[in-house]
Design a protein around this ligand. Structure first.
Ligand SMILES: Cc1cc2nc3c(=O)[nH]c(=O)nc-3n(C[C@H](O)[C@H](O)[C@H](O)COP(=O)(O)OP(=O)(O)OC[C@H]3O[C@@H](n4cnc5c(N)ncnc54)[C@H](O)[C@@H]3O)c2cc1C
Length: 440
């Protein structure tokens, strides 16, 4: 039986505590070890996105352990995108055919605290804060931890789970082993967060129920609503080049750039120059690696296994889905954790590879195509097909954001649908041409 085992999870960000809940419910003992201080006492750490879009996959994972309703109670549904043109005009693009489906803006720190509370409520879960995993000896099943004052300690584990994010310490130790494949690639764009504060009495100064996008071709700014009436804007911009984080630093240059590119946002961001100059510029990385496990000693989940760029809003959703898939694999193989770890990685990698690719492609859709009339027409056509062919045709966005169809399957189905639609269009055009010719 796998019940009654001990799992040590490194990283108590988003996936770690959820995985702890799944394992505890299956009867295992869990120790969560987190680098940071307890965010419920120390406050949120700066440097990551303040809010995130939670969609069906993440909600499904939370629902399985009874956490979805609590999380959604504090979320703001966003049923579509609000596109901000340079002249200040707005256009709303629904995400689903009838506008009933929405992605949800949630606070990263609020969610993290809720997940930690949920993990702590489970009997058999212990959380240790302020300890960074610096190396793992998989053969001896020992990990070296470093505390805030530099103190080192060695801890023993039975099975380890690396949920320690894109720059995982557990994965770094796996990289030292033979035949571990690893690939990381940075985008040439970075991101910086800016704040649109709430209006009087906590009023939202833009449409509350929308993900706002200022698409500008090779870069863009987006904004997600927060429950206090503010919006968190994220500027995705090149690190280098004539218009870039490296080139524009002086207050007058920053103001000039924003007035030209995002004129309607400028009056809404009172601390624009200060935010721009003081807030960190962060990078965006895609990580692929294989295998995700070392025997029955350790396995990776979440960003540690497959960090992706944020343009499909799926990194956290995929990480939550990992917790479901790993729990299912452990339940399928009660006698062998190694088989469960191996099967989890083998079955899950095609899906995370697919969403990594889709996320990169979606940057071009958001920053460039979303502003074009042809793109809007294409979306209308997709929604019309969804209405005419219910259950038969589903847009890729719908499958990724509003179903739990495995990502790789969703991608293949979208490619097939596209081929069928193109063939049907060509056939219809040929038929029309033949009919017209026969009339001559
Ligand atoms: C700008 C931006 C916007 C995003 N927007 C979205 C979105 O809208 N929707 C979405 O689904 N996803 C989004 N994501 C992705 C999402 O943030 C990640 O996919 C998600 O946080 C992954 O969860 P995780 O638990 O694997 O990693 P993390 O949330 O990064 O948690 C890792 C934890 O491990 C800890 N840790 C790190 N190293 C160690 C160590 N050596 N020892 C112990 N602990 C350690 C960290 O302190 C952290 O608490 C976005 C990402 C970015 C950068």
């Amino acid at each position: 039986m796998t019940t009654g085992r001990e799992f040590t999870i490194f990283g108590a960000g988003l996936a770690g505590p959820l995985m702890a809940v799944f394992l505890a419910r299956a009867g295992h003992r869990v120790r969560l070890i987190e680098r940071r201080a307890d965010p419920r006492r120390a406050g949120a750490e700066r440097g990551r996105s303040i809010n995130l879009a939670l969609s069906t996959r993440g909600i499904d994972a939370l629902r399985r352990v009874g956490l979805a309703d609590g999380v959604l109670a504090g979320a703001i549904p966003m049923p579509g995108r609000m596109i901000h043109a340079k002249d200040g005009s707005l256009s709303f693009q629904r995400y689903s055919k009838d506008g009933t489906q929405a992605i949800n803006s949630v606070s990263r720190s609020g969610l993290n605290c809720m997940m930690l509370d949920a993990a702590e409520r489970e009997p058999g879960v212990e959380i240790v804060f302020g300890r960074r995993c610096v190396s793992v000896d998989f053969d001896r099943r020992r990990a070296v931890l470093v505390g805030g004052a530099g103190e080192r300690e060695e801890v023993a584990f039975q099975h380890a789970i690396g949920a320690d994010g894109a720059f995982s310490g557990v994965r770094a130790s796996m990289q030292l082993r033979d035949r571990f494949d690893y690939q990381q690639s940075y985008l040439s764009h970075g991101y910086k967060e800016l704040t649109i504060p709430a209006g009087e009495g906590g009023a939202f100064r833009m449409e509350k129920h929308a993900l706002h996008i200022w698409p500008r071709g090779s870069y863009m700014m987006i904004a997600l609503p927060n429950p206090d009436g503010s919006f968190t804007c994220t500027l995705f911009w090149p690190f280098e080049g004539p218009y870039s984080f490296a080139a524009l630093k002086k207050a007058e240059d920053v103001l000039w750039f924003f007035r030209v590119e995002f004129p309607d946002a400028v009056p809404l961001i009172p601390d624009l120059v200060r935010d721009f100059q003081e807030n960190p510029t962060a990078s965006l990385v895609t990580v692929r690696c294989s295998p995700w496990h070392v025997g029955d000693g350790a396995v990776l989940i979440g960003d540690a296994a497959h960090a992706i760029v944020p343009f499909y809003g799926q990194g956290m959703n995929a990480s939550f889905e990992d917790c479901v898939r790993l729990s299912e694999a452990l339940a399928r193989h009660p006698a062998s954790v190694e088989r469960a770890f191996e099967e989890f990685g083998r079955l899950r990698t095609p899906d995370t590879d697919a969403i990594a690719r889709l996320a990169q492609d979606n940057f071009i859709e958001m920053r460039d195509k979303a502003a074009r009339a042809s793109f809007r027409a294409g979306k209308h056509a997709q929604h019309a097909l969804e209405r005419w062919l219910p259950g038969l045709y589903l847009s890729l966005y719908e499958m990724v954001s509003f179903t739990t169809i495995p990502y790789a399957q969703a991608l293949r189905r979208a490619q097939r649908q596209r081929a069928v639609v193109l063939t049907a269009l060509i056939a219809a055009a040929l038929l029309l041409a033949t009919m017209l010719l026969s009339l001559l």
